[in-house]
Write a protein that binds this ligand. Structure first.
Ligand SMILES: C[S@@+](CC[C@H](N)C(=O)[O-])C[C@H]1O[C@@H](n2cnc3c(N)ncnc32)[C@H](O)[C@@H]1O
Length: 251
């Protein structure tokens, strides 16, 4: 009970700070703390904010990139405007939304991708966590080809089975891949941020991150041990029927 009270108190404290400083969500402090530690975004950068609603990270990103920079955000939910950012509504895994992002980029490459994406929670932790990791893999497969050489990426992950496998699949794409728990999310022990720096597209394997992640998960969980339809084994065995006193006997 006491732990629960402390957690709620901390969460409220970040919420109060967010309100006092004009940020729409306490999550704004998570990106600020990632920035303090890793210096991910620079003045003049072009940033893609994935899962941007209600706009806390977009507000921070606009401050960080300054007047010469650009911020494009995307979320399933419509976001109230953030001055200095273009915020799109749509599913990032959907090809129509992806086309709209590409058209906003206008052929320019990104310096940084920040993703706080979290899918709808069903309450079944294992399933939620695996859906969330697969979504992150999909976000990376779509967005990494849009990231400049040397660029940075951060994403939220939910802790549990598969995190190590996803990190292994991401590692060839960057020279540095680190886990980080900002103070602002310490009360939510289930989440951790992956902070990737120095994009190395020339080292990227041909197979997608999702394919390599799923293959690693199959190996981990033994998912490939089961065949869908086992092949029949050839045999010389035959059923011959002989009529005996008006009935059939099987051999
Ligand atoms: C924790 S919130 C993001 C908070 C945001 N960073 C901020 O500071 O205001 C996660 C968001 O991910 C979005 N999301 C989940 N799946 C998505 C998808 N497939 N495409 C786009 N956004 C998605 C949700 O709608 C939700 O608003």
């Amino acid at each position: 009970m006491a732990d629960h009270w402390v957690e709620n108190h901390k969460r409220d404290s970040w919420r109060r700070q967010a309100k006092a400083s004009g940020y729409r969500a306490r999550s704004a402090f998570k990106l600020k703390q990632i920035q303090e530690r890793f210096n991910l975004v620079r003045d003049g950068d072009f940033v893609l904010d994935v899962g941007c609603h209600p706009g806390g990270w977009a507000q921070v990103a606009v401050e960080l990139v300054g007047e010469q920079g650009r911020v494009v955000g995307v979320d399933l939910q419509p976001c109230a405007p953030v001055e200095g950012a273009v915020l799109l509504t749509g599913d990032i895994t959907d090809s129509i939304t992806q086309e709209r992002i590409l058209s906003e980029l206008g052929g320019e490459l990104l310096n940084v991708i920040v993703s706080d994406i979290s899918p709808d929670i069903t309450g079944k932790w294992d399933m939620d966590q695996s859906v969330a990791l697969t979504l992150v893999a999909d976000v990376m497969d779509f967005s990494l080809p849009l990231l400049r050489k040397g660029g940075g990426f951060t994403t939220k992950l939910f802790q549990g089975v598969g995190v190590d496998e996803l990190i292994q699949a991401v590692q060839p794409h960057f020279s540095s891949v680190r886990r980080f728990s900002p103070d602002a999310s310490r009360n939510s022990s289930s989440e951790v941020y992956l902070v990737c720096k120095h994009h190395t597209p020339w080292k990227a394997p041909k197979a997608t991150i999702r394919a390599r992640f799923e293959e690693a998960m199959d190996q981990l969980l033994g998912g490939n041990d089961l065949e869908d339809e086992p092949e029949p084994t050839p045999s010389s065995f035959q059923v011959r029927r002989r009529k005996v006193a008006g009935e059939f006997e099987e051999h």
